[in-house]
Ligand binder design. Sequence first.
Ligand code: UTP
Length: 294
Amino acid sequence: MSERAFRSAVVPAAGLGTRFLPTTKTVPKELLPVVDTPGIELVAAEAAEAGAEQLLIVTSPGKDAVAAHFADSAELEKTLAERGKDALVAKVRRAHDLIAVRTVTQDQPLGLGHAIGCAREAIDPAEGAFAVLLPDDLVLPSGVLSTMARARAEKGGSVLCAFDIPREEIGAYGVFDVSDTDDPDVKQVHGMVEKPAPDEAPSTFAAAGRYLLDVAIFDAIDRITPGAGGELQVTDAIALLISEGHPVHVVVHRGGRHDLGNPGSYVRAFVDFALEHPDYGAELRAWLTARLAD
Ligand code: UTP
């Protein structure tokens, strides 16, 4: 099996985004900018860099703007070009040029497992496995999907992504029950616990929004029943596969992460990226320093 173990990357973007109301009444959460670029474009770039050939965006009726961001924008580009704004032409083209985009519709927000199940029609079973990237989770630096593909080539089955979190903070996460393999950054998964008390957590490895799922997940999604919140949970489908002997591993990503899904952590992501930005970084740093000294 080649290192690139997938050609399709699924990006579920059909949720209600309730934590970002009232903005998400009309603006999809996935289009909120990190400085000047929507989160979903950053995630699409990550998928393309890992070798994905098609991005399957799961959208819902009313969230057409998410896919429209990747559509051809010839008119706008022409206007910008006529005004000599070549740098802006490149910025506008980027999303369209990154990767081929297809959409599948989830009519109702019945959960992440259900959203992933909606992508089944667009994935050839011969692909073997596909990636899932949650667009509100930035995993930095990019590259973990390639490491996950290598783990699947070696171990088979499905591969997830984990962060090693200090035990006192682990209660906020979905936590893996794991055992060691011969690679210190690859663990075998036996189960998962949602938001455990820190002293009862089976490990300090918390789930992140990157998955490399064997196509067997689709049948598993068909066989689970609604769990927490009445939603079809992808973790329940993964647990079912584990119980049937399907190998599941995590790659422990030693890097940073931003959660764009709620205003508090979104602000951190925005500031973090802005501080690194060649145009805005220096001025923002000076302003923040003065503001914090007030
Ligand atoms: P989240 O739970 O973070 O997103 O799901 P949400 O449901 O939109 O946000 P809140 O909790 O109401 O604030 C993670 C990802 O899965 C997608 C979301 O769009 C988000 O990108 N999702 C979730 C779906 O596509 N369908 C669903 O039924 C649920």
